[in-house]
Design a protein around this ligand. Sequence first.
Ligand SMILES: Nc1ncnc2c1ncn2[C@@H]1O[C@H](COP(=O)(O)OP(=O)(O)OP(=O)(O)O)[C@@H](O)[C@H]1O
Length: 578
Amino acid sequence: MKGSSLKAVTEAWKGQLHHITTPIFYPNARPHLGHLYSSLLCDVSKRWHAMLDQKTLLTTGTDEHGLKIQTASEKNGFASPKKFVDTLCQDFFKLDQHANIDYTRFIRTTDPDHAKCVQELWNRCWEHGYIYKGEHGGWYSVSDECFYPDSKVVQLAEDGQEIALPPKSDINKSGTFINTETRNEVVYHSEINYFFKLSAFQDRLLSFLENENPNFIYPPSRRDHILNELRESQLRDLSVSRPCSRIRWGIDVPQDSSQKIYVWFDALCNYLTSIGGVDAIAGKKEVVLNHNGLQGVQNAHQWWTSTTHLIGKDIAKFHAIYWPSFLLAAGLPLPKQIIVHGHWLSGGTKMSKSLGNVVDPLEMISYYGCDPMRWYILENSHIEADGDFREDRLHSTREQLVSKWGNLLNRCCGSKFNISRAISTFCSASENCQERSLILKDASSKAAFLSLEQSLEKLPASFHEHIKNLDTRSALNLLRDVINEANAFVQSTTPWLKSGSDQDLIIFIAVETVRITAILSQPIIPTLSGQLLDRLDISENKRSIAYAILGSDNSYAEHANEKGRPVAIKRIPLRAQT
Ligand SMILES: Nc1ncnc2c1ncn2[C@@H]1O[C@H](COP(=O)(O)OP(=O)(O)OP(=O)(O)O)[C@@H](O)[C@H]1O
């Protein structure tokens, strides 16, 4: 039966909650392509789930405390770290706005409700006996905001050669030491800190990830990576505070104002704050969230267990080991899932603010447009792999949108054809496609028609299968293939040399390809797909997933074949390299 697989999908998903989170980004420099990538995947996921009639939230924001911010603020001559982050977070707002990221809350860890939430989480862990005071000595990286064991540190000689770490007593503390993975500098510190009993959660986490919820970390390769880490090395208790003498810019430890809470404990808690806070999630109090554009969200507990964290692989350990442990210690439920994606590289290494090897997404958007940039990123990445940015490929992606999709639409909208007549004839026809195809005289045209009809029939459910796992590359390949198939069909059947129902049948299936692909691509390219649908005079209330079925809308395109209608997307040259 037509559209039955799509119906099964929509029925199963309808009415459920979907909360997706981006990591909160460190505003110590302007955002780059990597930040946009995480936000974009979340935006697509949110928009797709909304199309499936789910209630959705997307939360994002900035991680504004810690030594890195304090130091960068001083270095840049700001009067206070707050003034520094107030300035830099504007770039993150701007990127979201220009990239059309439809978030419901942009949380800043300097928001007053957040400080309260962090202290509540701390208090719960403290009351349950999972936080204690002790002396801490270790290798600390300011850049990575964490301590490393001796096994992950080497000394650098003056000529840059790596030397094995000398015994502790012989460590020349004025030498240069680096972490072996991130290559960032580390320094030896000994101080009084509060510790979190991370070691108490090793078995619990192993059993959870192995048996209770093997899909908690996606993709499986990332879960296996975390599982190996848990199996092979003993978790050590984690220092979760820093003395104020070293870090002034942070949230106070509730029991001890001489200490500030470790930035990761603070930052991870944003996910709780943004949907109502600890007590609301624990079900102790009811809150009504007034998120931007979404009034009156209730039941924080249910939202929390429907939460997916999307993160880059650089922060997998913090989300998959530390975060569940903090939550378990606090007696809170765990979120639904953690999805981990790969990195955009530049010169073979991770694009990062600290290294400065970045692509400025705003620059690309301002020249090539938001939607071509969105399509390019989503088609040229895969969550399991790292990727390289190429501006010439972005340009050719844009070219393809113009020459394939735009061309198919423009052909159908030519003044020789009458889409309105074509769809009113074939949408209301009682015969099935097999019978319709008989109108076409030659066997190869009939076969091509039936093949295209089948591709369109299968498209929505297959598209869903890929998008639900954020395999946007495969999803976009499906759209591209069917558009190519429709172009080839029009080219070979030459409707401009035909008339009557022969011509109408070709135009019917070609324009239906544009309509269905534009409906499905709304989460990917929200503006451009809207313009394509506008060009076909498709009413606003017929753009939902239920209309992504051949022949499901019999009342559009009344004026589509009139001359002088605006074109959705035009060609531009590759940007001149400066
Ligand atoms: N190169 C990248 N590729 C993909 N995602 C990235 C990349 N860089 C950052 N991100 C996203 O941002 C998150 C980290 O944010 P952060 O602000 O720490 O970025 P960063 O550029 O790595 O910063 P820094 O260089 O200051 O450490 C990652 O987990 C990921 O979601």
